[in-house]
Design a protein around this ligand. Structure first.
Ligand SMILES: [Zn+2]
Length: 413
């Protein structure tokens, strides 16, 4: 294209070539070859009517140049075929998938409590992770275990006072946490089902009177928060607290789950299969019979579990299990656990050998959780930022490797 110094006016040599005329484009009219000389005269008029632009040039020189260009174009033999575009070969070039980034890590956890993945298929994981209908990446869950909530001073190191209990609940809410039940947790861990971005699982182990749950009731009534009870099935239908607990369960916010039958004898390396099955299956049978529900969670009594115990728990249908090892918070496909016993924390059974992280979930003691609450909140934010940073790479990997078999990730929530 020949661009004249008066910026509004252009001569298109492309137009010229095709039409054997040339185009003055401001008003898009065409001038045919026979009127070329008339047009050149018009050009001269136009050039003289142009106001001097930033670049000063001799209009005569421009005119000569424009005319030479025009004639050079005219001299192209008219029977020269216009080159047709050669189609770009459509054969697909294999795309190389990018390397997937490593899992999120944090220096906040004890280095021995390494986050473990439990979904080995990267495609299944990525599909669940980036589905906008699911939980947002960085969604974090803490599990806390309450035992006694005492009106006076805490009688046991594991108990909390009513004052501390209220402080814990209010701090959770202030930092944006919401409570979820056992099925919500299992759905989140299994398939990244949507839960609040900061979630807490409140567990309250052992047999209690219905009255003991009055501590939790205000939070259910104000905020809709459920609490999980680890129910001991030792007394079956003879349990003196059974009826009031069954009545309470019908209100829907106390989520009764399994906590063994004998309970006081923990599952350990010497446990027989008979004992393991009776504890795990006996709890299911009892809750089905008296509470009309099938538990999804097993709260290991005394925190005792073994690889065999975990294997049986999975076999009989439990989807999540809780230890008493407060290793950290949990996220989708991200559960901190230890592969080996640790001399510094001898009471904490290593979960690694059981090789089923969802059945050996960490739990915090209440005051310990309170002291780490803000750190955990920040950990979730960091995990979300890390996921966002890797999103394009992970989606590209999915597109190349996974989409052909699993289909696209759904795009709209
Ligand atoms: Zn217990």
């Amino acid at each position: 294209m020949v661009r004249l110094f008066c910026y509004d006016w252009k001569i298109s040599t492309t137009g010229f070539k095709l039409n054997m005329g040339y185009k003055i484009t401001r008003r898009s009219f065409l001038i045919s070859l026979p009127s070329l000389l008339t047009t050149l005269s018009l050009l001269a008029v136009l050039l003289t009517s142009c106001q001097p632009a930033a670049v000063t040039a001799d209009p005569g020189t421009i005119m000569t140049s424009a005319v030479e260009t025009a004639f050079a174009e005219i001299n192209i033999p008219t029977d020269t075929p216009i080159p047709t575009e050669t189609p770009i070969p459509t054969a697909t070039v294999p795309r190389t998938p990018p390397a997937l980034p490593p899992a999120f890590t944090t220096t906040v956890l004890n280095p021995l409590d390494a986050p473990h993945a439990y979904i080995q298929d990267s495609c299944q994981y990525l599909k669940a992770k980036w589905d906008p209908n699911n939980a947002a990446p960085g969604t974090i869950v803490i599990v806390v275990m309450f035992h006694g909530i005492n009106k006076g001073a805490a009688e046991d190191a594991n108990d909390v006072t009513v004052t501390d209990f209220k402080k814990i609940m209010e701090s959770l809410k202030e930092l944006g946490f919401e409570a979820i039940n056992a099925t919500q947790l299992a759905d989140f861990l299994d398939s990244n089902a949507r839960i609040p971005e900061r979630s807490v699982v409140l567990t309250y182990d052992d047999r209690h009177t219905a009255e003991a749950y009055e501590h939790f009731r205000p939070y259910y009534e104000q905020w809709g928060w459920p609490v999980i009870n680890g129910w001991i099935s030792a007394f079956g239908g003879e349990d003196q607290f059974l009826q009031e607990n069954v009545t309470l369960s019908k209100e829907g916010w106390v989520d009764y789950q399994a906590h063994g039958v004998i309970h006081n004898i923990n599952i350990g390396p010497n446990s027989t299969d008979e004992f393991i099955y009776s504890e795990l299956q006996g709890s299911i049978a009892n809750l089905q019979k008296y509470f009309g529900k099938t538990p999804v969670a097993y709260i290991w009594p005394g925190g005792g579990f073994t690889p065999r115990g975990v294997q049986v728990a999975r076999e009989v249908g439990y989807r999540v299990g809780f230890t008493v090892n407060p290793r950290g918070p949990i996220m989708f496909n991200w559960i901190p656990l230890s592969d080996a016993p640790d001399a510094g924390r001898p009471a904490w059974i290593a979960e690694g050998p059981a090789n089923d992280p969802r059945l050996t979930l960490p739990r915090y003691w209440p005051m310990q959780m309170l002291s780490q609450l803000d750190t955990i909140r920040v950990m979730g934010k960091d995990a979300a930022a890390y996921a966002e940073q890797n999103k394009a790479t992970e989606l590209e990997y999915y597109d190349i490797v996974c989409a052909p078999t699993l289909g696209p990730i759904s795009s709209a929530p």
